[in-house]
Design a protein around this ligand. Structure first.
Ligand code: GLN
Length: 495
């Protein structure tokens, strides 16, 4: 079935006319219809529009294809926080009402120009705030490996849809781990590019100094293929970087001899699950076998990452989310006067976690507290970035766990925000430092307390590789070599 293929496999078969774009889209639609009642990865999708795009792609493919369109006929879906012209845009929230995007995000425009078919929109924690997709106003997404468990978040829909073969690949956004953590928990490859590598134009802002669009895919090669399409400078996003975009996918030759990889000692302590620890240790051995040199390094300010992240991210969110006031767009709950209209719209439109963060963010920015919290957090952020830059003087990349445990149960942490925030302990520093990160499957945890009705007794574990600013090429080479030497990415959930 074409929906089970990766981007590189599908595009090769499309080019040889062994499968048509219509068949590929139809196979995804069939899988969506079959599995959505159990998984709920999509918020919306437009089948007729996707089939129409597929027919147009098939005409070009029949005429010999188009070298300028490497993704011609490949169905892709996006997290509900990235604008696609003519599609609804909800950000997993009620507050946008029936809003339809009037334009394409730059990343989407680039995917379309490369021939991809944008099939639909994937579920997420409201405004990307969360680690389990339970904060979606559209209801939670479930993990394809065990539907009693969360898929991770906030891009839980992206990871679940890719893992369940409902879509070939997906876009997500990563502010503190939202692409990498769900990718790890669903057994996919997740890439968070360097801050500024991919334009954020058309990505609804959560925390602007941390946000970055990333990819969720079935293989490392697919991550490289998508990144080389969506990356690059964009005059519409002044934070996008001007550096030329390498042809990442052509550099994946499996050769990593001589590369130096650092193992941060602060990442292998605390509440790390023994099975996750063992999987990471085995991966370290594998890298050594492949010819990389692994040495211990130190990131001494790691302990302060969560605290500073939740000050900076909420501060920025409180400002960014001020635009959702019921006046300009989205849902509106009328009131006696403008203030009442604001209060009612925001009171009813936002969910509990978003309100918690707006309140926290407003507090840390308020007169008298700004210096004590916000300014201090910014100073800590600088120290965290320096830790990484110092480590990268010694090594080409870092190797770490992605999550403290495998996927947890729905409802297990949703009543305790602090427990949920601790889920981000290994992913958050990457965003604070503005560097890049790649997650690849590295094994499975066996579940001892699985009820007889649970679908799987094993849950995926993800390995995180962190790279220098603009070090994506090295990360992808390392991830690809590891992937080719291990069987983990070939496993599919028992659906
Ligand atoms: N879990 C983190 C948060 O809730 C990260 C989310 C993200 O990367 N968008 O903020």
């Amino acid at each position: 079935m074409p929906n089970r293929l990766s981007v590189s496999e599908l595009s090769a078969r499309l080019a040889r006319c062994e499968v048509s774009a219509r068949q590929a889209v139809q196979a995804c639609l069939d899988q969506i219809q079959r599995l959505e009642p159990a998984i709920h990865a999509f918020i919306s999708h437009l089948p007729a529009d996707a089939l129409e795009q597929a027919d147009a792609a098939d005409q070009l493919l029949a005429a010999g294809g188009d070298f300028a369109r490497p993704l011609l006929g490949v169905p892709i879906a996006t997290k509900d926080v990235i604008a696609v012209q003519g599609h609804p845009l909800n950000c997993g929230s009620k507050i946008l009402g029936n809003f339809i995007s009037p334009y394409d995000a730059t990343a989407i425009a680039k995917l379309k120009a490369a021939g991809a078919i944008i099939l639909g929109r994937l579920n997420m924690d409201e405004f990307a705030m969360g680690s389990s997709t339970e904060n979606s106003a559209f209801g939670p997404t479930r993990n394809p490996w065990d539907t009693t468990r969360i898929p991770g978040g906030s891009s839980g829909g992206s990871a679940a849809a890719v893992a369940a073969d409902e879509i070939i690949a997906a876009l997500g956004s990563d502010t503190g781990g939202s692409v990498r953590q769900p990718a790890a928990l669903c057994g996919c490859v997740g890439l968070k590019p360097t801050y500024g590598r991919v334009s954020r134009y058309g990505l609804v802002a959560y925390a602007s100094s941390l946000d970055q669009i990333g990819t969720c895919t079935k293989t490392v090669r697919d991550a490289a293929l998508l990144l080389e399409v969506i990356a690059g400078h964009d005059p519409r996003d002044s934070t996008s970087l001007p550096q030329a975009v390498p042809s990442y996918s052509t550099k994946l030759n499996g050769e990593i001899r001589g590369l130096k990889v650092g193992l941060p000692k602060e990442y292998l302590v605390g509440g790390l699950d023994p099975q996750v620890k063992a999987a990471v240790a085995a991966a370290v051995n594998k890298f050594e076998e492949l010819g990389a040199e692994v040495i211990e390094v130190s990131l001494p300010h790691t302990d302060y990452a969560i605290a500073s992240y939740y000050i900076i991210a909420t501060a920025e969110a409180s400002a960014n989310l001020a635009r959702f006031d019921g006046v300009r767009y989205g849902a509106r709950v009328p009131g006696e006067d403008t203030l009442e209209l604001y209060c009612r719209t925001r009171g009813r439109g936002f969910g509990a976690e978003v309100k918690r963060r707006i309140i926290l963010g407003t507090y840390v920015l308020s007169g008298g507290y700004h210096d004590a919290y916000y300014l201090r957090a910014q100073k800590v952020r600088t120290l965290i970035r320096r830790d990484f830059l110092r480590a990268f003087e010694q090594v080409d990349a870092l190797i770490t766990p992605t999550t403290p445990t495998a996927a947890f149960k729905l409802g297990e942490k949703s009543g305790d925000p602090l427990q949920m925030y601790l889920e981000d302990i290994f992913t958050i520093s990457c965003n604070l430092a503005g560097i890049c990160g790649l997650v690849v499957p590295c094994g499975f945890a066996s579940v001892t307390d699985a009820p007889p009705a649970a679908r799987s007794m094993r849950l995926p574990i993800g390995l995180q590789l962190l790279g220098k600013p603009l070090g994506e090429e090295t990360l992808l080479r390392l991830g690809h070599a590891y992937e080719q030497a291990t069987p983990w990415h070939l496993e599919k959930p028992p659906l």
